[in-house]
Design a protein around this ligand. Structure first.
Ligand SMILES: *[C@@H]1O[C@H](CO)[C@@H](O)[C@H](O)[C@H]1NC(C)=O
Ligand SMILES: *[C@@H]1O[C@H](CO)[C@@H](O)[C@H](O)[C@H]1NC(C)=O
Ligand SMILES: *[C@@H]1O[C@H](CO)[C@@H](O)[C@H](O)[C@H]1NC(C)=O
Ligand SMILES: *[C@@H]1O[C@H](CO)[C@@H](O)[C@H](O)[C@H]1NC(C)=O
Ligand SMILES: *[C@@H]1O[C@H](CO)[C@@H](O)[C@H](O)[C@H]1NC(C)=O
Ligand SMILES: *[C@@H]1O[C@H](CO)[C@@H](O)[C@H](O)[C@H]1NC(C)=O
Ligand SMILES: *[C@@H]1O[C@H](CO)[C@@H](O)[C@H](O)[C@H]1NC(C)=O
Ligand SMILES: *[C@@H]1O[C@H](CO)[C@@H](O)[C@H](O)[C@H]1NC(C)=O
Ligand SMILES: *[C@@H]1O[C@H](CO)[C@@H](O)[C@H](O)[C@H]1NC(C)=O
Length: 825
């Protein structure tokens, strides 16, 4: 083949451009937030293994000691395997979720007596050998065996490099998921080196089990590796053998098991000669082992490591490049935090399209809505800015969940027509998990309607179904509102969630968290209201859901005082009398030990938060909160006191909005300072660099917004605007075909600290949108940050002037609140 001269020149030009550009993937630190959560550690539970964006396969190593929610912990724990699927940043079962079908490399053992059991085989990593880049992970054991992995959406490659030519061995473990929750399954090995597995395991955050399949191929075409022996094993010494079906055309192996090990140990052992390297190809599926093999064959057809890793890195480069900055100019720590955060915020939800084992559907299927309570605040809004196609698929999957949950949860339920089911709340391991508060999946659906309602069909979202899903979830009470939906009987009867009340509908669910649920139900109903407006639904719907979204005021007990501040949210009995809990109960400085989770032992009324914190929670009508608290003159010191007294907890979602709360009292200058102290006191690039569980990218997306100087207002097109931590950035939206440039005029690196020195230019002086001054210094519309134009944020260091300027003089300078006529229809 001959190339024309011009073609050759073009090639050189392309190479030169590539060489100049920084690979954004090289700026991602996958180990942020991987410190152990034991003994008060930060426990970000971040997943540092190989995965493509929104992947189903998330391959990584698993440690032997809990807590280990994502499998990995960056300490000296021993390793029990490299497994195929993981969650990102979740809480829940401290043993972790997934971690299915691990491989484990062994050497220097006799095939008939290798230590295959989970406790016997565990090995330490050599200090400092863990390394990862987007799409690739490696570590080396102290015995010299090196592990590497790279992956596609449902498949990938795992490579072991041994110190000698062996014979070397690989354990294929059927039973040990991270939760050690095996309930039955099967394994078969073929002489051609194909191992098929299927197993049933328990959800890590929910009441159900799930069944998953994998396929390993060990006959790498281009490698010298030869399978010299193989067999299956099963610990038969345990009293209950379980439901293990081992199909193998080889004799069963009899290993000396330690029978205190749970669950049963079973799997296969393969031995290799012919070289120091063993390459395994894998596929995963929820539909069957054959489908897992097909996934491996289709996604990794030639076992080409570089091709798989290169495609993964390219997919990540595409995602990361949606927010472009000059990495040579900006602060290096901020750059690392930005791209590492944007990376983690794009790992989940997981794209399981084609893998739905429960119903046939033309719509996408996504897993790891874990949980919407965690992700509605910042994960979905970040997707809305720069990843609308992914978001459209995820939103469709929520709607499809509504379409099928009615039948799924109770097939004998009579015609729910036209009502079908409920919006998923906490889908984990493909099944409904536990509901933490409201049905907070309603918020992203309402958000989608406001932002992309008019382009829904282009994004494949059935928008009328989306609206019906919102209405059904807002109106109907499911049989068990602990796994999906809301306690709507109570909500509609009382306008709050009463304490000590038995639901006459027969619905069951944990009756706790009454006060915090009422706040979330209010916001949920606001999301329906917003969708009704955006989609031009019946005016009566707008009135109805506007009204209900103000119900949070019913929780307000003006007689309660704390630290000199009056008026706090409280639980209420059915007769209207308030049930008192100390406002600091369940705060980080609670002097008494309370139960603050979902269980019936929670007698405080708030979920993972205090009345001190939840009393601020009405993102759709903060003016109401300010009024209830006595006006801006008491609101501002109350927010200050909330931080100073330790009621703020950076590591959990209920506090996300709080550094920005001053905006609503026309004090964006105070938000600018508070955001900086929150960022620099709680986030860093170390393994302890996330203040709490990353929660499916919730912390990551929050930090991304803080860096960009934005905070999204739930289920609306408003974003609070402040002073970013970079001097300029460009956000790309491929659906809209736009690149929007935000420039900070007068940007000052002195502002990049927890407590910027006096005079540091961190206060917003003016906001200019496409050359025209904005009437508000406090908020900006979604259309303006995705419209393809320019936004200039002028900053200055004059604190007194900034305090006096507030949000500006315009009539709608303050961010909207429903009560004061905001979010107009
Ligand atoms: C791991 O580190 C801890 C704390 O540094 C130490 O106490 C422990 O002995 C170490 N364990 C191993 C197996 O090296
Ligand atoms: C591991 O390496 C780090 C530096 O890379 C060092 O600080 C630490 O002491 C080493 N730990 C052990 C147990 O050797
Ligand atoms: C999984 O859960 C279902 C429903 O509780 C139960 O019927 C089934 O036996 C479980 N499967 C296994 C393998 O334990
Ligand atoms: C045991 O496994 C068989 C074959 O996979 C399956 O048909 C059966 O339902 C399983 N039993 C239980 C209790 O899970
Ligand atoms: C079996 O494992 C347990 C727990 O790891 C350990 O305490 C015990 O010593 C082991 N027993 C044998 C015979 O190895
Ligand atoms: C999800 O998977 C489907 C099926 O392969 C694919 O068409 C779609 O593009 C994927 N979505 C994303 C966001 O990668
Ligand atoms: C299913 O729905 C029917 C009719 O509403 C109800 O009687 C039954 O209790 C429900 N079953 C469950 C398991 O919720
Ligand atoms: C909501 O409707 C109820 C019943 O009509 C009414 O009493 C209440 O004042 C309304 N609330 C608001 C905020 O409009
Ligand atoms: C309301 O009910 C609670 C709980 O039963 C009770 O303690 C309280 O006295 C009642 N209030 C009134 C006004 O009856």
């Amino acid at each position: 083949m001959t190339l024309s001269v011009s073609r050759i020149l073009l090639c050189f030009a392309a190479l030169a451009a590539y060489a100049d550009a920084v690979e954004l993937t090289s700026l991602v630190n996958l180990f942020i937030g991987t410190a152990s959560g034991a003994n008060g550690g930060s426990g970000g539970n971040a997943f540092p293994g190989a995965a493509i964006p929104h992947a189903m396969a998330k391959v990584g190593i698993d440690v032997s000691t809990a807590p280990r929610q994502a499998g990995y912990v960056h300490d000296n724990s021993s390793i029990t395997g490299i497994s195929l699927m993981h969650d990102e940043g979740t809480g829940g079962n401290t043993d972790g979720g997934y971690g299915i079908f691990p491989l484990f490399p062994l050497t220097n053992c006799n095939f008939a007596s290798c230590p295959v059991g989970i406790n016997d085989r565990a090995a330490l990593r050599a200090n400092g050998t863990d390394a990862a880049t987007p799409g690739y992970f490696t570590t080396t054991f102290t015995n010299g065996i090196k592990l590497e992995t790279t992956s596609t959406r449902r498949a990938g490659l795992i490579r072991f490099t041994y110190p000698t030519t062996g014979p070397n061995h690989v354990v294929v473990d059927l039973t040990n998921d991270l939760g050690r929750s095996f309930e039955g399954g099967s394994i078969s090995v073929s002489a051609a080196g194909r191992v098929k597995l299927g197993g049933t395991f328990l959800q890590s955050y929910g009441p159900s089990n799930y069944t998953v399949f994998a396929c390993y191929d060990f006959a790498a075409p281009q490698s010298a590796q030869k399978i010299s022996a193989f067999g299956t094993y099963q610990s038969t010494t345990l009293a209950a053998p379980g439901n293990i079906t081992i199909k193998a055309n080889s004799p069963g192996l009899d290993f000396p098991f330690n029978n205190s090990v749970s669950p049963e140990q079973a799997g296969a052992l393969l031995s290799f000669t012919g070289g120091k390297t063993v390459l395994a190809r894998f596929g995963v599926s929820f539909r069957g082992a054959d489908q897992a093999c097909t996934n491996a064959e289709e996604e990794v057809p030639t076992w080409d490591w570089d091709a798989v890793q290169g495609a993964s890195a390219a997919a990540w480069e595409d995602v990361l490049s949606r927010v472009a900055i000059d990495t040579t100019v900006e602060d290096a720590t901020v750059v690392e935090l930005l791209y590492s955060s944007f990376y983690r915020a794009s790992l989940v939800p997981a794209n399981l399209t084609g893998e739905n084992p429960y119903w046939d559907s033309p719509y996408p299927f996504y897993d790891a809505f874990f949980c919407s309570w965690d992700t509605f605040r910042t994960v979905h809004p970040l997707l809305s800015l720069m990843s609308p196609r992914e978001w459209g698929e995820i939103v469709s999957a929520y709607v499809d969940g509504w379409r099928h949950t009615g039948a799924y949860f109770n097939r004998s339920r009579p015609s729910c027509s036209p009502h079908e089911g409920f919006i998923p709340e906490c889908r984990s391991n493909t099944k409904a998990g536990y509901v933490q508060g409201g049905s907070d999946g309603m918020v992203p659906l309402g958000d989608f309607a406001t932002k992309y309602g008019s382009r829904a069909s282009e994004l494949g979202v059935p928008i009328d179904d989306l609206y019906q899903a919102l209405v059904d979830t807002a109106e109907n009470t499911p049989p068990d509102w602990y796994t999906v939906g809301r306690q709507n009987t109570a909500w509609k009867t009382f306008g709050y969630i009463p304490t000590d009340w038995v639901d006459p509908s027969g619905a069951t669910g944990l009756p706790t968290r009454e006060a915090s649920r009422a706040f979330e139900y209010s916001l949920n109903d606001f999301a329906v209201r917003q969708a009704a407006i955006a989609l031009r639904k019946a005016p009566g719907d707008v009135v109805k859901y506007s009204n209900r979204s103000m119900n949070f005021v019913n929780m307000w007990d003006e007689s309660v005082t704390s630290d000199g501040f009056a008026g706090f949210a409280q639980r209420r009995y059915p007769n209207g009398t308030f049930a008192f809990s100390p406002p600091n109960a369940c705060s980080p400085v609670d002097p008494v030990s309370h139960s603050c989770a979902r269980g019936t032992d929670n007698d405080v009324g708030f979920y993972e938060s205090s009345s001190w914190e939840y009393s601020f929670f009405a993102p759709h009508s903060m003016a109401t909160i300010i009024k209830l608290m006595g006006g801006p003159a008491t609101f501002v010191p109350r927010v200050d006191h909330y931080f100073a007294a330790g009621y703020y907890y950076a590591g959990n979602e209920p506090g996300f909005l709080m550094p920005w709360a001053y905006h609503y009292a026309a004090r964006p200058d105070l938000s600018a300072l508070r955001v900086r102290s929150v960022v620099y006191e709680n986030f860093n690039t170390g393994i302890g660099g996330i203040p709490g569980n990353d929660d499916s990218g919730a912390m990551a997306s929050l930090l991304t917004f803080h860096i960009l100087g934005l905070y999204p207002v739930a289920a609306s097109t408003q974003l609070l605007i402040g002073s970013p931590l970079v001097s300029a950035y460009t956000m790309r939206n491929d659906l809209l075909g736009t690149s929007t440039k935000v420039t900070v005029v007068g940007f000052d690196k002195a502002g990049l600290s927890a407590a910027p020195p006096a005079g540091a230019r961190v206060f917003v002086k003016s906001v200019t949108i496409n050359g025209a001054p904005s009437a508000s210094l406090c908020w900006i519309d979604f259309a303006d940050v995705t419209g393809g134009g320019t936004v200039e944020i002028e900053v200055y260091g004059d604190a007194a002037a900034a305090a006096a300027a507030g949000c500006g003089a315009g009539p709608r300078a303050l961010p909207d609140s429903l009560e004061t006529g905001g979010f107009p229809a």
